[in-house]
Design a protein around this ligand. Structure first.
Ligand code: DLZ
Ligand code: SF4
Length: 534
């Protein structure tokens, strides 16, 4: 099966809406590579010439715009250092500025580079992943009086412009329709007659089994730190002592080669089972059958097309079932591309949204994990220990709790951006503000992902290990999620009761006896008052 997108990845993608002039084509350039652009085939490196200088810099502003988890900092700095070493081996001129050199920002790093190499005449960078930094980069042309070329980031399959075209004239953006177009475009899991493999586009309903606690699991491939990583671990331990996470337990991949090994290990040992148990949660099993590769993909150590082709091959070879292959590919060419498109389409206004007027501060235990609620404690423990928790922890436990309790969106989104090794704003913001908090008035999700303890009970074995009682909605030791869920619906009746997908839930609420409703409201009120002490 030939994929049409494979050809596109081999071409060059030059984004002409920024300054670009042939006059500068033969003059030495400063090529800036950011910490999440560690891909040998990235557009900014594709036409590199011998007298160009590559700049990579560990800078204070990027390392502290949120209080990043220490593993995220180690991952990015160590992977940057390994990538720079590879570029140097390929005999490129690389100016690498380490954190110890106290460079304040990417702009300060560029200023230093231009001072050190006065022969440079223009700046080239692949478009970055956050609006905040894009604004900074856009100021360079004026500040340094030279052309700045921002190239398309064609590591993504759908460009920002293509997404805008898709979105034009649509009232609603639904991932499912976007995903179908991406399947047709990439030809992944498509029959020769342009029909989806297995006769269905989406096997989501076959991805929701709860997991037997004794099911055999193979852990993900982890890596012993080499001397470069060990140096970075010591640096982060010293300079970011207050940040979440123990630097000493860092064991992620830091090179493309390691990341590919980790992904192939996932295909061999976990993917077949991943399909069924994508949404399951188990006590002290943070990984289950997930790939733990999103952080590698998002900093450029893995290539999305390569990953999808490997997964498709595993299906075609009979190694994994269709619900697993389709479920994985949907995450990459569906959700991942979709949220990125929406982010750029709607920034900067998107970040200011707060549809449900949520205004409560984030409870302290989001940073410490110190809570009695077993589900929250497990999701937070995984976050603190590994800078990782899987999508159902993020959406249906910590995210659901933030939605039900009305936590202020910026506090929540800054937290997600800080604590996950794979979090960059293009992916984190739509997932948190839109999907988890429903703060964007349904642009991303067709209904709020609000759920009571019943959902968590169905998908995990947490409730049987929890001091709260999942069967109770009020009274002593009642599961906080239950009263909060009904109270959430009640509080937002005006805004949400018209939503077609919430009709059943509202009917159930209205059918409750008046004194039961009052007891639930009262319990929710108390719970909200004690939010920091649950
Ligand atoms: C996230 C991050 C961190 C922590 N540190 C750096 C850094 O020191 N230097 C750098 O070039 N990039 C870093 N990054 C990644 C950038 O913040 C990233 O490019 C933006 O988040 C936009 O995608
Ligand atoms: Fe979470 Fe409630 Fe279950 Fe406890 S009983 S684990 S708080 S859902």
């Amino acid at each position: 099966m030939k994929s049409q997108y494979a050809d596109r990845s081999a071409g060059t993608a030059r984004n002409h809406h920024y300054l670009s002039s042939d006059v500068y084509a033969f003059m030495p350039r400063l090529v800036v590579i950011l910490g999440d652009q560690l891909s040998p085939a990235i557009s900014s490196l594709r036409e590199i010439q011998s007298d160009d200088v590559i700049l990579m810099a560990e800078v204070a502003s990027e390392a502290s715009y949120v209080k990043h988890h220490s593993h995220k900092l180690i991952l990015i700095f160590s992977a940057m250092r390994h990538f720079a070493a590879t570029l140097q081996q390929l005999e490129h001129q690389v100016l690498y500025l380490q954190f110890q050199q106290h460079i304040g920002s990417m702009t300060a790093a560029v200023a230093l580079a231009l001072q050190q190499y006065p022969q440079l005449r223009s700046i080239v960078v692949t478009e970055c992943g956050e609006y905040r930094l894009e604004q900074e980069i856009t100021g360079w042309a004026e500040q340094f009086s030279m052309p700045v070329e921002q190239l398309e980031d064609d590591r993504f399959i759908c460009s920002r412009q293509q997404f805008a075209l898709w979105a034009k004239d649509r009232q609603q953006f639904r991932m499912e329709y976007f995903y179908r177009e991406m399947r047709r475009f990439t030809r992944l899991l498509m029959s020769d007659h342009n029909q989806p493999e297995g006769g269905k586009w989406n096997f989501d309903k076959s991805n929701r089994k709860s997991c037997p606690p004794d099911l055999q699991q193979t852990p993900p491939l982890l890596f012993k730190p080499d001397h470069i990583t060990s140096d970075v671990m010591a640096l982060i331990e010293q300079e970011f002592a207050d940040n979440m996470g123990a630097a000493a337990s860092f064991s992620l991949a830091v090179t493309g080669k390691q990341a590919r090994q980790a992904f192939l290990h996932f295909i061999e040992h976990q993917l077949a089972t991943f399909g069924d148990y994508q949404d399951a949660m188990l006590m002290d099993q943070p990984y289950l059958f997930h790939s733990i590769c999103s952080m590698y993909l998002n900093i450029g150590l893995l290539d999305a097309r390569w990953m999808c082709q490997k997964v498709e091959q595993a299906y075609l070879n009979g190694q994994v079932p269709l619900n697993a292959a389709e479920g994985f590919i949907r995450q990459i060419i569906g959700w991942r591309e979709f949220v990125r498109g929406l982010y750029w389409l709607q920034m900067p206004e998107y970040k200011t949204r707060n549809t449900l007027s949520a205004n409560r501060p984030l409870p302290a235990y989001y940073w410490t994990g110190d809570t009695q609620m077993r589900c929250m404690q497990q999701a937070l423990k995984s976050t603190i220990d590994h800078a990782y928790s899987h999508h159902i922890h993020r959406l249906m436990v910590t995210g659901n709790f933030a939605l039900l309790t009305g936590l202020e969106p910026t506090e929540v989104t800054d937290w997600y951006l800080a604590v996950y090794a794979d979090a960059f704003e293009w992916v984190e913001l739509p997932n948190t503000l839109g999907m988890a908090l429903f703060a964007d008035d349904g642009v991303l999700a067709s209904k709020p992902y609000a759920a009571s303890g019943k959902y968590i009970q169905r998908m995990s074995n947490y409730c049987q290990n929890c001091p709260y009682d999942v069967k109770k909605s009020h009274g002593d030791k009642a599961c906080p999620f239950n009263a909060l869920y009904w109270d959430f619906l009640d509080r937002h009746t005006e805004q949400l009761s018209g939503n077609a997908r919430l009709q059943l839930a509202y009917r159930q609420w209205h059918n409750k006896a008046a004194d039961e409703k009052d007891a639930i409201r009262q319990h929710a009120k108390q719970t909200l008052q004690q939010l920091d002490h649950l």
